[in-house]
Design a protein around this ligand. Sequence first.
Ligand SMILES: [Zn+2]
Length: 84
Amino acid sequence: MECKICHNFHRKFWCANCIRKNLHSYKVETNQITYDKQKNVDQANKFLSGTMRNIQVNVAEKHAKIQKIRIKCFPAILRSSGSR
Ligand SMILES: [Zn+2]
């Protein structure tokens, strides 16, 4: 800290210039974070409404159906293999 007024860390006092500088850097940082967040939200929304999402849902449904068939047919498979 270059300011002579705010230099003393034991005092909880900031001068107007230092507050202005810190607020400016805080706003710049916050704007960047808000921009990044909005970009990520937009990407997520695009992904969730896009064709890749539909493909993933279809693949998940296919795997669920295969699993259901395996569970349903498992006793028959055991019987045919002779391992009871
Ligand atoms: Zn200061």
